[in-house]
Design a binder for this molecule. Structure first.
Ligand code: HAM
Length: 420
């Protein structure tokens, strides 16, 4: 063991488990690729102000959880705690919104960093796959994203997840609601910190998990009752389109999110097998974010699904993913000449698309066959000196144990046809 360990709140992805993470990322990306979303990659860090302004000065993410630092050159940067602000910044910087084809639809996959108190499902380094549709106000776009996330989870075989849906209103109706909620909260028996939060960001109080707070919120005014006509009609259409697609959701009038940029449609995907960190994904509309970071008005919507928590959810449901075969053929040379000949065959197999591995380090037959079995390969190719003299190689089916001699010149074609 080394003297060093992975930093607190982080973990390493190691084979064979790591293959699950790749499969989850791929399953989430597939429906996006098939729906006009283009891949985007942005830096792992950004100017700290981007998140302060975008995610919100009073959010936990910005006040407590950001890895912010000053560079030697004096720049104030932060490791990205989320992807939306970065993606929008990049799209604006490259003028993607001016190419005359709105919405700009983008998807991404990567690492995010939040200095949170670590526990199962909550890490300081985690990964998300996300999608953002920038520059269009259309309920069908909100519905599309919800439907695609549902499709991604279902393609993985996930069943026990629920979609919670709400509308947070817009700049017309939200302030009216905010004031009503504040007036209500001021009359409750709350601690200093919570009262302060009620003044800065009253909607966040609705999300307070403590029993002592929750039991006082029973009669809290709901945003649903304050939505303006335009927001009401918009939300109704999102609901209808999602329902028509056969996707089941629950209306959750108390759903608020941990980021301040949301307007109108907001949603969360929760899984019931995960304990307290039950949100496997979340998102919504952020019509004002572009202006908040200095851009033009660009109503947008998106989501991010947590890869770590999706893997935990699959494990909680006992879903076994069908993982791609890593090694089909394992080659075992016996002696120096055999090593040279067989290594060339392995290279040829790989060029022809057959996943092949090789027994390295001059192992004897017994140790090499053990390695072959452990590799999960279907076939072992064994080459000894006498085989070379006869122009043959031994092909062993590791499932049935059956062994046949095949001509060295025929072996690549033979394996290609056997492996389909
Ligand atoms: P978020 O709800 O903060 O939204 O994160 C999305 C997902 O990332 C969560 O549902 C969860 O699965 C995962 N996640 C967040 N924090 C952690 C953590 N500490 N450990 C493990 N997993 C975590 C956003 O990030 C928004 N940018 C989503 C969005 C995109 N909204 C519009 N567009």
């Amino acid at each position: 063991m080394s003297t060093f360990k992975a930093p607190k709140g982080t973990y390493d992805l190691l084979p064979p488990e790591s293959a699950k993470y790749l499969a989850v990322r791929e399953a989430i990306a597939a429906p996006l690729r098939g729906s006009g979303y283009g891949y985007i990659e942005t830096p792992g860090f950004e100017n700290v102000e981007l998140f302060a302004r975008g995610v919100g000065e009073s959010t936990d993410i910005v006040t407590k959880e950001m890895y912010a630092f000053e560079t030697k050159g004096g720049d104030r940067l932060a490791l990205r705690p989320e992807g939306t602000a970065s993606v929008l910044r990049a799209a604006l910087e490259a003028n993607l919104h001016k190419a005359g084809n709105l919405p700009v639809k983008l998807w991404y996959s990567g690492s995010y960093y939040r200095y949170e108190r670590p526990q199962k499902g909550r890490y300081r380094h985690f990964s998300q796959v996300g999608a953002e549709a920038i520059g269009a106000e259309d309920p069908a776009l909100d519905a599309e994203l919800i439907i695609l996330a549902d499709q991604a989870y279902r393609s993985l075989g996930l069943q026990n997840f629920r979609i919670l849906l709400n509308s947070l209103g817009d700049k017309e109706c939200r302030p009216v609601y905010r004031e009503a909620l504040q007036n209500f909260l001021r009359g409750l028996d709350l601690d200093e910190d919570t009262l302060r939060r009620a003044e800065i960001n009253p909607l966040r109080v609705l999300d307070d998990k403590r029993e002592s707070v929750q039991k006082q919120l029973g009669d809290a005014p709901l945003l649903r009752d304050y939505l303006c006509d335009a927001c009401k009609a918009y939300h109704e259409e999102v609901r209808e389109l999602v329902t028509a697609a056969g996707v089941v959701f629950e209306d959750d009038p108390k759903l608020v999110r941990g980021l301040d940029y949301y307007t109108r449609t907001t949603f969360e995907f929760v899984h019931d097998g995960l304990g307290s960190q039950s949100a496997v994904g979340g998102g919504g509309r952020y019509d004002g974010l572009s202006e908040m970071i200095g851009g033009p008005a660009l109503p947008s919507v998106g989501w991010a699904l947590g890869v770590d928590r999706t893997v935990l959810a699959l494990e909680a449901e006992g879903v076994e993913l069908e993982l791609p075969v890593t090694t089909s053929v394992f080659a075992v040379p016996l002696g120096d000449e055999a090593r040279r000949v067989l290594f060339a065959k392995v290279t040829e197999l790989r060029k022809n698309g057959v996943a092949a591995d090789f027994s390295y380090g001059g192992k004897g037959l017994k140790a090499a066959m053990k390695a072959a079995n452990r590799s999960g390969a279907r076939y072992a190719l064994i080459l000894g000196e006498r085989d070379i003299e006869q122009g043959l190689v031994q092909l062993k089916d590791l499932e049935s144990g059956e062994q046949t001699a095949v001509g060295l010149n025929e072996i690549v074609a033979e394996l290609e046809s056997r492996l389909g």
